[in-house]
Design a protein around this ligand. Structure first.
Ligand SMILES: Nc1nc2c(ncn2[C@@H]2O[C@H](COP(=O)(O)OP(=O)(O)OP(=O)(O)O)[C@@H](O)[C@H]2O)c(=O)[nH]1
Ligand SMILES: [Mg+2]
Length: 243
């Protein structure tokens, strides 16, 4: 197994160093992990911080995008980079500590049995941590159920961004045909995984509160996603039924 953790960053200078150190010094002490930061030319200098850390950690990599083109583009570039380099387990994770990296060793192990592991707030002991605003979790839960309903998909956490993909799963989905530009990427990818009958496990986790910096999500992004989801439902069938 050759896993890599892919973390997209936009203005995460105050989280990125802490996250990298946590991964290499605490969660994966044995050096068997690689980390790729995909930065969209953050004006706060996130990429310079990562460049400095690359000298200290040989398994740390930086992919610089010249401009901010959205979350989907950051992940697609990151996935392509990692697949080309021969990684076979690709972790998607945010930089703001809402996704607890401690569960990763177990999730990665589970890819021996499953094609996709979805860290989920909506199965078993999974939930929104109490420190989050109630309104925020309600809106997110509504959006999640809406996505499930429109796409007729039985995955419980459609919107979350903490997922562990196997090479097999990613090679079934044509990344060049992904329509989403932003956060809808998470939903679109899971929809194709589900429709392609991949073996999926939802792994419960507690979704924390952002540690530093600002959220990049806003009402415009949410409305855009709610509309675009219908496009995914009806327009793009090329990514389905390949197996
Ligand atoms: N490279 C890149 N990263 C991005 C972009 N937009 C967001 N991100 C990163 O994607 C991750 C998720 O973004 P957040 O703003 O935390 O979104 P969220 O977790 O859905 O929202 P909050 O709960 O409010 O934090 C973070 O690591 C961001 O820095 C982008 O356009 N490019
Ligand atoms: Mg966040």
């Amino acid at each position: 197994m050759n896993p890599i953790i892919i973390i997209p960053t936009y203005n995460e200078k105050n989280n990125v160093e802490k996250m990298i150190k946590k991964l290499f010094n605490e969660v994966f002490k044995n050096n068997l992990i690689n980390v790729l930061i995909v930065d969209s030319n953050s004006p706060d200098g996130t990429s310079q911080t990562v460049e400095e850390l690359c000298r200290e950690y040989t398994n740390l990599h930086l992919l610089k995008q010249t401009e901010k083109k959205g979350l989907a583009s950051a992940y697609i570039d990151g996935f392509k980079w990692a697949l080309e380099k021969g990684y076979d387990v690709l972790v998607q994770m945010d930089c703001d500590f809402q996704h607890p990296p401690e569960i990763l060793p177990d999730c990665i192990e589970k890819t021996k049995e499953y094609d996709l592991i979805i860290a989920s707030r909506y199965v078993g002991s999974g939930k929104w941590g109490e420190e989050n605003e109630h309104q925020r979790s309600m809106i997110s839960e509504l959006g999640n159920n809406y996505a499930k309903w429109v796409l007729n998909c039985r995955i419980n956490d459609m919107t979350g961004g903490f997922n562990i993909w196997t090479k097999k799963a990613l090679e079934l989905i044509d990344l060049n045909k992904i329509m989403a530009k932003g956060y809808l990427f998470q939903i679109e990818m899971k929809y194709y995984a589900y429709k392609n009958n991949l073996k999926i496990l939802e792994y419960p986790f507690v979704f924390g509160k952002r540690e530093n910096g600002e959220s990049k999500i806003n009402i415009k992004i949410i409305i855009e996603a709610m509309t675009m989801i219908w496009k995914i439902r009806f327009a793009n069938r090329q990514n389905i039924n390949k197996n």
